[in-house]
Design a protein around this ligand. Structure first.
Ligand SMILES: *Cc1c(COP(=O)(O)O)cnc(C)c1O
Length: 377
């Protein structure tokens, strides 16, 4: 394999501006809880149309604080999707609450509102929908459902920064939303996350919990509640500020790249392209295609051998993860749509600096692989 032709699945988009911002932060004397953290929160809040934002050290921490801010505790039920990253369900278990899985629908690959309706009980406290691969799930319907049953919504938007649903930002439909800045995300801080809300009480609670349960204007050694250290450093915040500033450009570049991918891949018979219903503006976390489950593994193997880094995603579903099977006794067949999508989905290289030439290479290698599979080798 020619090493020049290796195309990674993802690659962080780091510019000179980012480098300068990080260097300035290191040189300043304030390395935690300083002005860069508040600036990052303010910039991020305004990017996603939120009143308040709390910066934390991971998307998972943001989810946990979201669950805590809603006051969810032992024996409460939270409706979750089996087709997501494991953190979106683990956060429910952190508080000894019970995740109630509901199957997904094919348009957005998010929770199916018609099925959510059927599992609501007097223990249900919240719905935790995941926005998969960069687009919103059926938030309008879920929001109506939640209002009708006095449920809260914590949206896992970790993959969907800048996505819109019926032209609106995520908090139009949710009480809280989380974002993640791991290096494969649209914007990155290395590690990092953000919890956003328009609710002042929830904001204050999350802020206190992030910082060891301290009150806002309290003494450093006075702790009001059981808290955590989910803080970020000023170095992380500096990178965050700089990345947020570039988000409009990043968003545009990814949209253009996705459009190029879509047109280049249109005529390949064996694959299904991502669906983007007209009520959604996609923010393109990954480029996910679907193939017959009978060829998925061999196709992945061939692509990776040809230098096209690609992966099954999310596979297996959360309820079929070893820990979940063992703890809850889940079996295959309980959430058929999620399980089928999980067995058919492949994510291909997709990153902000990816060129059209690289998409063409992915296409050539994909067609070669499919031809080889058809011929039986
Ligand atoms: C990335 C991601 C998270 C958060 O991940 P961290 O690694 O904790 O930042 C949460 N949910 C989903 C769906 C994600 O893709």
């Amino acid at each position: 394999m020619n090493s020049e032709e290796f195309i990674p699945l993802s690659r962080p988009y780091i510019t000179d501006q980012d480098e300068r911002a990080v260097l300035d932060a290191i040189k300043s004397s304030q390395l935690s809880l300083g002005e860069r953290t508040s600036a990052f929160e303010q910039k991020f809040a305004s990017l996603v149309g939120a009143e308040y934002a709390v910066a934390v050290n991971s998307g998972t921490s943001a989810l946990h604080l979201g669950i805590k801010a809603l006051g969810i505790s032992k024996d409460d039920e939270v409706v979750v999707s089996p087709f997501s990253f494991i953190a979106s369900v683990n956060c429910v278990l952190y508080e000894s609450a019970n995740p109630v899985f509901v199957d997904i629908e094919e348009q957005t690959l998010g929770l199916d509102p018609n099925l959510v309706y059927q599992v609501i009980s007097d223990k249900t406290r919240a719905i935790l929908p995941t926005h998969v691969f960069g687009q919103s799930c059926q938030m309008k319907d879920l929001c109506e459902l939640a209002k009708g049953h006095q449920l809260s919504i914590l949206a896992d938007s970790c993959e969907a920064i800048s996505a819109k649903h019926h032209g609106k930002e995520v908090l139009e439909y949710a009480d809280l939303a989380t974002f993640g800045f791991y290096p494969n995300k649209q914007m990155t801080t290395g590690e990092g996350g953000m919890l956003v809300t328009n609710n002042l009480q929830m904001y204050q609670m999350a802020k206190s919990l992030r910082n060891q349960g301290r009150g806002d204007d309290m003494n450093w050694l006075v702790h009001d509640r059981l808290g955590y250290n989910y803080r970020i450093s000023e170095i992380t915040a500096a990178l965050g500020c700089s990345q947020v500033d570039q988000m409009p450009e990043i968003h545009l570049r990814r949209q253009k790249l996705a459009a190029y991918y879509m047109s280049a891949f249109l005529e390949i018979d064996e694959i299904q392209l991502p669906r983007v219903p007209d009520y959604n503006e996609h923010s393109w976390f990954v480029f996910a295609i679907r193939v017959s489950e009978t060829i998925r593994d061999v196709l992945l193997q061939k692509l990776n051998q040809k230098g096209i880094q690609s992966k099954a995603y999310f596979y297996p579903c959360i309820h079929l993860q070893p820990f979940y099977r063992e703890r809850f006794g889940f079996k295959e067949g309980q959430f058929p749509v999620a399980e089928r999508v999980s067995k058919e989905t492949i994510v291909l290289p997709f990153f902000t600096s990816m060129t059209e030439r690289q998409v063409d290479i992915v296409k050539t290698r994909l067609i070669e692989s499919l031809n080889e599979i058809r011929k039986g080798y």
